[in-house]
Design a protein around this ligand. Structure first.
Ligand code: HEM
Length: 475
């Protein structure tokens, strides 16, 4: 991937001057609605659609996508945002012209201070170097070796549950997926530090989501009085540097990602610095645990609401596994489990929207998109369109087995993104989710606590706002 061509200061001044005389013509978009809330007047005036977005991002993105054509516009705080609602346009941005876009300001403000520079956050040549280094342990051919560890972690967790107790299974899934990613990719046990790390990341994400479209966002993160991001970064430092030290002390001889990073040399013979290795660990922990935990929690929540689906899934598990521990070779025999997970990701994609920024002014969908504006691509919105899914709000795993979705365009379903920057953990996550799900179904009978409703909280991801309270029964 080429680095974006630098734009000179003179060219930028000229562009701004031209825009004063001839303003950019923006695509249509929803009108600003009167919103409740007690934000100070100056924040309200500057927020544009930002308050509406903050109050209910899913509703706002859906409203933005309906009735305004393939590309629509809104102002969120100081930023002009463009929502893409046409699979062909999304294809153009993610695949045909991906070199013309970068991750942009939201990443610089939040993720880079936390996870540093690694495949998720970098752009250009740095991204290429990092992605090349961290891809092999996550390739399809390597992940078979993680299956037994994934099942063993799940069985260990289940063994700690008591019959009849009430648990927040979302919190359990978070600890479990952190445990799995740490053991499989770094050969290390993080159970002792897991709660502290999860709490620090949660606080940072919540604070970021609250300030993202207000003028407070203009302040550098080290001036933020809450210091949640600083604390989460420090917590991550402690865990990651301790992992590096332990791995070096053990000789770094494993085939895991951490040992490989310690020994890696790039094309110029340069080794990664400890800071770069720390950033890779932070990235994999950050990207690898919460998304999978969320998707498992929503999968379970859907099973409580759809008893017939749960019964069909349990019948498949009993037929294929009986009481035997699941292995990698069982996965192809569990197509219904795979479809259940796929359908949960359709209705509740953990990354409900992601962003790209043009590195230069460019033309897209017949409009000029100025450099510095934000493009929003939303799996949540696209995956609920009646144009592509019959009965789109219904949880129907069968749609993935009957062939009815086969003719859909590629970007009618993209919970892991697609193209050059497709999720690096896609094969890992799919394998993990199916193995965890079938092991839970095999060992437990979970009942949702009477009256408990799962409500999505839209921070950076679509996590269940108040967890998922279940009553545990052993089978
Ligand atoms: C259900 C689980 C998961 C979902 C839904 C998911 C979704 C995504 C999405 C949508 C992106 C693209 C974000 C963007 O371009 O802005 C992404 C990127 C990424 N994901 Fe995942 N992810 C999951 C699990 C994982 C796991 C388990 C790992 C690691 C073990 C992981 C590592 C990454 C990395 C490193 C990237 C950056 C790729 C790049 O930019 O080159 N993800 N993921």
């Amino acid at each position: 991937m080429q680095a974006p061509t630098p734009v000179s200061a003179t060219a930028r001044v000229m562009t701004r001057a031209r825009r004063l005389v001839q303003p950019v013509q923006r695509p249509p978009g929803p009108p600003v609605q009167p919103v409740i809330g007690r934000l100070p007047r100056v924040e309200r005036a500057l927020a544009g659609h930002g308050i509406e977005y903050m109050l209910d991002p899913l509703k706002f993105l859906t409203r933005m996508s309906e009735g305004h054509g393939p590309i629509s516009h809104a102002r969120l705080g100081i930023k002009h945002v463009y929502m893409l609602s046409d699979p062909a346009l999304i294809h153009e941005v993610m695949i045909g012209r991906y070199r013309e876009f970068c991750k942009g300001v939201l990443w610089k403000r939040f993720l880079i201070p936390l996870i540093g520079m690694a495949p998720l956050s970098a752009d250009g040549e740095a991204w290429q170097r990092y992605r090349k280094m961290s891809t092999p342990p996550l390739q399809r051919k390597h992940i078979a070796g993680y299956a037994d560890e994934m099942v063993a972690c799940t069985e260990r967790m289940v063994a700690e549950f008591s019959h009849g107790e009430t648990r927040d299974i979302y919190a359990d899934m978070s600890r479990l997926t952190l445990d799995i990613v740490s053991r499989c990719l770094f050969g290390q046990d993080t159970t002792r530090d897991a709660t502290k790390l999860i709490e620090a990341l949660d606080a940072a994400m919540e604070n970021f989501a609250r300030s993202a479209y207000s003028p407070r966002f203009l302040l550098p993160h080290w001036l933020d009085p809450s210091q949640t991001l600083g604390r989460a970064a420090k917590q991550t430092d402690e865990i990651a540097y301790a992992m590096i030290d332990r791995c070096r002390a053990d000789g770094a001889t494993g085939n895991d990602l951490l040992s490989r990073l310690i020994h890696a040399r790039d094309d110029d013979g340069e080794a990664f610095t400890d800071r770069e290795i720390r950033d890779h660990i932070a990235t994999m922990l950050f990207a690898g645990y919460e998304t999978t935990a969320i998707s498992l929690a929503y999968t379970l929540a859907q099973l409580f609401d759809n008893r017939q689906v749960a019964e069909r899934l349990r019948a498949e598990v009993d037929r294929v596994l009986g009481q035997r521990t699941a292995t990698f070779d069982d996965v192809p025999q569990l197509p219904y489990a795979d479809a259940v997970f796929k359908e949960a990701l359709r209705l509740y994609p953990p990354v409900y929207a992601f962003v790209r920024e043009p590195t230069q002014d460019l033309e897209l969908g017949g409009f000029t998109i100025p450099r510095g504006s934000i493009l929003i691509l939303s799996p949540y919105v696209m995956q609920r369109k009646a144009r592509y899914y019959r009965d789109p709000e219904a949880f129907r795993p069968e749609r993935w087995l009957s062939g009815e979705t086969d003719d859909n365009p590629r970007f009618a379903y993209f919970p892991f993104a697609s193209g050059a920057r497709v999720c690096l953990g896609i094969h890992f996550a799919k394998l993990e989710a199916v193995l965890v799900l079938v092991t839970l179904m095999q060992r437990l009978s979970l009942q949702v606590e009477p009256g408990f409703q799962v409500a999505p909280a839209t921070l950076m991801t679509l996590r269940p706002a108040t967890g998922l309270k279940v009553i545990v029964e052993r089978r």
